[in-house]
Design a protein around this ligand. Sequence first.
Ligand code: NAD
Length: 418
Amino acid sequence: MESTNAFTNALAQLTKAAAVIKLEPAMYQRLALPQRFLAVAIPVTMDDGSVRVFHGFRSQYNNARGPFKGGIRFHPAVSEDEVKALSLWMTMKCAVVGLPLGGGKGGIIVNPKELSTGELERLSRGYIRALYRYLGPDQDVPAPDVYTTPQIMAWILDEYEHLVGHHAPGLITGKPLAIGGSAGRGTATAQGGFFVLDEAMKKMGKKVAGTTVAVQGFGNAGSNMVDLLAAHGYKVVAISDSRGGVYHEAGIDSKQLQELKNNGMSLESYCSGKAGACRAITNQELLELPVDVLVPAALENQITAENAPRIKASLVLELANGPTTPEADEILFTNGTKVVPDILANAGGVTVSYFEQVQNAANYYWPEAEVMSKLKAIMVESCSAVWKVQEEHNITLRTAAHVVALRRVTEAMAVRGI
Ligand code: NAD
């Protein structure tokens, strides 16, 4: 049966790339486990005076190339294996775009939508109190991920600075600008993905005009991507969030959709009074629409062996981490669908996080245009390097990206003697 265990799937991806480069077994064994995995219990006093204990994790996967780096996820489906998988992908992601960073990831099993602002703040502060000895600008640097925000980064940084007794803005990235965030970090994941999409479209000889797109997920990654696509002439015909989605043949007005969402309305309410085909769709329907480009920007295991044969898009850009299972990957490859893998497509976020760390270390801040031009250069060059390896070996873009990354990570491990 097909695995939906993210860590099993991440290891399967690693194994494929290891075979291409004939990786030494000892290196593989070292890379098949996190260097350190931390599990903590976080007691939080709730607004009604009761105490709830939350489970939190931090996976420090590999630091051969630099400090561990990776976001913190707040979601009810967080598990040890999911955090491990995300930290392995972070290791590969930082390497594929050439950052001097390792890979890590954190998470708390929680539905943040059920918590008040005060409870969320106490949970965030509790997380760093439990883990602060293992984190730091030169050790392990967290960032936002699903359902974590710049405000949550600010609480975590503030608590950390109280604990260590000095300013340390490089402890965490994705912070608000007021306390050392980087210009452009908020839109960086989508912007990086957009630069890669642009490059992929050119390499595939495709024209932007008339290109239709479906985007799954309408959070940081998805909604900023929708804005960029619309601004550059793509036609976004379908968007979804956790409650379902909407399809509009004429193209969706993302600002209007955002307003509905901000007012607590479901996305499907968008269709009222719209001319042309407009209807509510499920997340599953969105994936199978007859569009040119599909952008998964929500969670793992969305494209599986079950629905992969029905995917019609010729290009899949993975802004989400792990949205495609290894079995689905094979099916899409056989069908000629190009899948630009997560570790390349969504690496813009960590790239600008790295810029944020550099600016924090120098205590000198760059204008947004400088951030974006540096980001573009890295994303375009990384995309070309991956594309070349894919053509040389006739492998998927995912395996090619892992090959590029694995060569870099194992070179650092080898010279260190591990
Ligand atoms: P977010 O919390 O801002 O948004 C998540 C979105 O996914 C929301 O719109 C939510 O409604 C939707 N969603 C949740 N469950 C869903 C479901 N079952 N079906 C469809 N939609 C669902 O999170 P984000 O930061 O945009 O992260 C989205 C993905 O992008 C994740 O896989 C994350 O790891 C990845 N990513 C994010 C960043 C970043 O910088 N934020 C960087 C790299 C990768």
